[in-house]
Design a binder for this molecule. Structure first.
Ligand code: ADP
Length: 499
C-alpha cells in the first residue's frame, strides 16, 4: 500500500466534543466515582477527550431507570404506531447531524470518514426506520387447539435489555441493537466500547430530542470487566445482546448463567473463508479479496481472513492481487483518497504486528506489506501471506487486522472441507460463474451468511449471525426484532362447543 500525507485536521473541521458524561434517566451525569477515562485518536495516539467511567453503581442507576421506564413508563404501553413516529423522528435527527456523527466515529475509531458519511451513519437512520415500520405489526397468533380450548399468543417486549457494543462499528452496532429493541417496546442500558464512546453519547442526546421518554435508552460508558460485567451479571436485566470477541462472549454467557439466567444473544468472532474458483472473473475476485480483508482495516468480524484460490487461477490471481494491494492507500481516515485508516488502538496494533511476526516464524511467505507505517498512529501496511498452512496461527485465530492468508486448493470437495475446518461460522464468500458450484458450496458451508460474487453485502432486512463458536442469535431483519420479544400463550376453555 502507498501512504497518504497524514496531516491531521486538513480535511474536515474537527468538532468540539459535546457529550462526555453518562446518560441515565434522560440526563447527562458524572459517574458515581467521579472517574473518567481517556479516549484516544488512533491517527496519532493523542487524547481526544475524557469520558465518564461508569462502573457497577452507575449500571445499577441505569437499570433502575430502565426498570421504572419498563414497569411504569409509557414506552412499552404506547401503540406501536406511536413508538414508530418517535423512532422516525430520531432517524431524521441522525440525517440532520450526519457530518458531525461521522466525524466522531472517524476520530474515535480511525474509520474512513467517507464511509461514515455514505454508509454507517445513513445505515443508522435506515435501521430505525426499518424497525419503526415493524413496530405496529407485532402480533401473535390464534392457535388451533386439539381440545375445546381457545388459545392465542401475545408477543410482549422482553423487558430491560443490556446492549454491549464493540468498537469496530460503533454506530451500526448501536442501531442494529437499539432499533429493534425500541420497536419491541423494551427499555435498555447500552455500553459502548471504551475505545469508541463518543457517538453513542451523541445518540443518547438525539434520542431525547426525538421524544424517547427518560429511562428508555441509558448509555453507560466504561470498561468491559467493570461496567460490561455489571450488565451481564445484573439481576434486573432481562436479556443481553452482545457483539464482540468469542472470549468475552463466553464470559458474558457465564455471568448471565450464574446471575438470573437471562437469555443472551452473542455475535462473536469469525475466520471467514473466501473461495475463488478457477472460472472466477479475475478483476472481481481480486477486488473482493482485497475488500474482504482490508475493509475497515480488517477490523470486521466477517472479514475474509482465509482466502482459498483454486490452482488453475492461482498464479495469475496472486500477481493481480499484489498489483492492486500496491494501489491501496493507507492514511488519514479523513482524506477522501484513503482506503484504510489506523487500527483502533495500540493494543490491536501490537497484536496484529505480533501475528505478522509469528506468521513469518511459522514459515509463511510474506508477499507484500507486513510493517507499520509512519512514526505516529497505528497504521499497518496491507499484508499478504502465501504458502500458508491450515495449522498456522493466522488461519486458526481471528487477527482483526489487514492480514491476508492466501491458500491454494484443487477440488470443490477440498474447498468445502477446508472452509469448514474452523471453530467459527460467521460468513463465507464464493466467487464463481458456475451456479451449481455456488449453490452446492453455499449449502455445504456452516456459516450464518454466504456471499456469492460479492462480499459485505449487508442490508438491514438480511439477518446475520453465527454458527458454531461465532455465537447465536441474529442481528438485522425481523429475526432481530423477535429476540427482544417473548411469547405468552393465553388459554381459556370453551364449554359446550359443537366444535
Ligand atoms: P475486543 O477484544 O475486540 O476489544 P471485546 O469483545 O473485548 O472486543 O469488546 C466488546 C465489548 O465487550 C466492549 O464494549 C467491551 O467493553 C465489552 N467487554 C469486555 N470485557 C467484558 C466483560 N468481561 N464483560 C462484559 N463486557 C465486556
Amino acid at each position: 500500500g502507498s501512504q497518504s500525507d497524514d496531516s491531521s485536521g486538513t480535511f474536515v473541521k474537527m468538532p468540539t466534543i459535546k457529550f462526555t458524561k453518562l446518560f441515565i434517566d434522560g440526563e447527562f451525569v458524572d459517574s458515581v466515582s467521579g472517574k473518567t477515562f481517556e479516549t484516544i485518536d488512533p491517527r496519532n495516539g493523542e487524547v481526544i477527550t475524557k469520558v465518564a467511567e461508569g462502573d457497577k453503581e452507575d449500571v445499577d442507576l441505569a437499570v433502575k431507570a430502565a426498570r421504572f421506564a419498563f414497569d411504569h413508563g409509557p414506552w412499552p404501553r404506547l401503540p406501536g404506531s406511536e413508538r414508530a413516529r418517535i423512532m422516525m423522528k430520531f432517524a431524521d435527527l441522525i440525517d440532520q447531524n450526519i457530518e458531525e456523527l461521522a466525524t466522531l466515529d472517524s476520530l474515535d475509531a480511525g474509520k474512513l470518514f467517507s464511509m461514515g458519511m455514505s454508509r454507517d451513519i445513513p445505515a443508522a437512520a435506515r435501521f430505525l426506520r426499518y424497525y419503526a415500520g415493524a413496530a405496529d405489526k407485532i402480533h401473535g397468533e390464534v392457535l388451533k387447539m386439539s381440545r375445546p380450548l381457545q388459545a392465542y399468543t401475545l408477543l410482549e417486549p422482553i423487558g430491560v435489555v443490556g446492549h454491549i457494543i464493540p468498537w469496530n462499528f460503533p454506530t451500526s452496532m448501536f442501531f442494529a441493537k437499539v432499533s429493534p429493541a425500541l420497536a419491541a417496546g423494551c427499555t435498555m442500558v447500552v455500553k459502548p466500547a471504551e475505545q469508541t464512546p463518543l457517538s453513542s453519547l451523541y445518540y443518547a442526546h438525539l434520542a431525547k430530542q426525538a421524544g424517547i421518554p427518560d429511562g428508555v435508552i441509558n448509555v453507560v460508558t466504561g470498561l468491559g470487566p467493570t461496567a460490561g460485567a455489571a450488565i451481564s451479571s445484573h439481576m434486573d436485566i432481562d436479556m443481553v445482546s452482545f457483539t464482540g470477541s468469542t472470549e468475552v462472549g463466553r464470559e458474558i454467557m457465564k455471568a448471565a448463567a450464574t446471575s438470573n439466567l437471562k437469555p443472551v444473544s452473542l455475535e462473536l468472532g469469525g475466520k471467514s473463508p473466501l473461495i475463488i474458483f478457477d472460472d472466477a472473473d479475475l478483476d472481481m475476485a481480486s477486488d473482493l479479496a482485497l475488500l474482504g480483508i482490508l475493509h475497515n482495516k480488517g477490523e470486521v468480524c466477517v472479514a475474509s481472513s482465509r482466502l482459498y484460490v483454486q490452482e488453475g487461477l492461482y498464479d495469475e490471481f496472486v500477481k493481480k492481487l499484489v498489483e492492486k494491494a500496491k494501489e491501496w492507500v493507507v492514511g488519514d481516515p479523513f482524506d477522501p483518497q484513503v482506503r484504510q485508516g489506523p487500527q483502533v488502538d495500540k493494543a490491536q496494533f501490537d497484536k496484529i504486528l505480533s501475528y505478522i511476526e509469528h506468521g513469518k516464524r511459522e514459515g509463511a511467505t510474506l508477499l507484500s506489506g507486513g510493517k507499520p507505517i509512519g512514526e505516529k498512529g497505528y497504521y499497518i501496511e496491507p499484508t499478504i501471506f502465501t504458502d500458508v498452512k491450515e495449522d498456522m496461527l493466522m488461519v486458526k485465530n481471528e487477527i482483526f487486522g489487514p492480514v491476508m492468508a492466501l491458500m491454494k486448493f484443487k477440488t470443490i470437495e477440498e474447498a468445502i472441507t477446508r472452509a469448514n475446518n474452523t471453530r467459527y461460522g460467521l460468513a463465507a464468500g464464493i466467487v464463481t460463474k458456475d451456479l451449481n458450484v455456488a449453490n452446492t458450496v453455499s449449502r455445504s458451508i456452516r456459516a450464518g451468511i454466504i456471499w456469492i460474487n460479492c462480499y459485505f453485502a449487508f442490508d438491514v432486512d438480511c439477518p446475520y449471525g453465527g454458527y458454531k463458536m461465532s455465537g447465536f442469535g441474529r442481528d438485522f431483519g425481523l429475526e432481530a426484532l423477535h429476540k427482544y420479544l417473548q411469547v405468552k400463550s393465553v388459554v381459556t376453555p370453551i364449554y359446550n362447543s359443537p366444535w
